[in-house]
Design a protein around this ligand. Sequence first.
Ligand SMILES: Cc1ncc(COP(=O)(O)O)c(C=O)c1O
Length: 396
Amino acid sequence: MNELPAPLRPEIASLETSRIQQVFDLGFGRKDLIALWVGEGDQPTPAFICDAASDAMKAGKTFYTHKHGIPELREAIAAYTSELYDIDCAAERVSLTCSGMSGIMMVLQAMVGAGDNVVVVTPVWPNIMSAIQIAGGVVRAVQLDGLPDGGFKLDLDRLAGALDERTRAIFIASPGNPTGWIMSREEQHTVLEMCRDKGIWMIADEVYARFIFDGQETGRRAAPSFLEISEPEDPLIVVNSFSKAWAMTGWRMGWLITPPSFIETLGRLIEFNTSGAPHFQQYACLTAIRDGEDYVHETVERCRRGGELVFQRLSALPRVRIARPMGAFYAFFGVEGLSDSLAYAKQILEETNIGLAPGSAFGPGGEGHMRLCFASSTARLSEALDRLEPILSKPL
Ligand SMILES: Cc1ncc(COP(=O)(O)O)c(C=O)c1O
């Protein structure tokens, strides 16, 4: 291979290929593969959303837009957020981004420089750790404690102890990918207070906010949000996305809610990163958020059924440790004696044609686990479980 003409920044040269990608590469193009390694469901975007995009495209909505998005969509997201959490969220705080990932990247560009660190609750979606590295920062992982029943818990003292004078932000995804762990209201209060006190940012990834499975009992339609306990000028950025709740992973659309005083800075970053989100897609997002509530409800219910099936079947296996999924759409289960989850993911792929993500991909606290995405039909999941049960029952 030819040498690159110029040296890369060390942060970029040392970026690892994601371990999920490594398993994916091995499985690419296989016949009869059931891929449960990625973070998306098995359903395409519903027609009413696609129609809104094609109508908008045909109506000439094909130009650059305001860098924070078309006003109607910012208003609609503010109204959705206000209604969902019974708060008053101003449209001026809402900014459209080309995916949740792009939003995270810009936020990190704004606050992290060489030698700074971000305290991240792990196991976490690996892109977060890479994004911090790309920005020149250092990841300070605070790993969730694994509970005997397979659940997870955050040690707030350890979180506080990880902060130092170079900490620019705390990053927490709740509901979490891969664990499905949901942060409590009390924990949010404590962490927000830490951020206020130390003058650091709280980056709250609420991409899976709608995926909670105890809504029937609690009457809630979303996991507790930092937005419910904060003031507009708190050092809080909330990341959200159209990807999961509206089955729009391929559209690359998301949004941020920020303090009013940050929005100007974010606007500059949007200008120089993407120059704004695609025009006609914003109309599809408008339809999704205004008319998609029934769809979101059905999607979450489908995931609840999928999660319950996976839990029932896997918890019956003596070598598997799994808690009933509470949020997001992943089973993150421990396997007795497992110490190399990447090799195990490859073995499972070879022997069963089932694609799982290795726990080690998700940083400290992930090894010893496997992640299975259950945003699928129960028929597809049942077939996958039939194939997985024998291998998960064999000693390692
Ligand atoms: C925790 C978490 N945050 C953010 C994202 C970003 O989603 P997207 O870039 O598709 O909007 C994902 C995607 O898997 C995720 O799992």
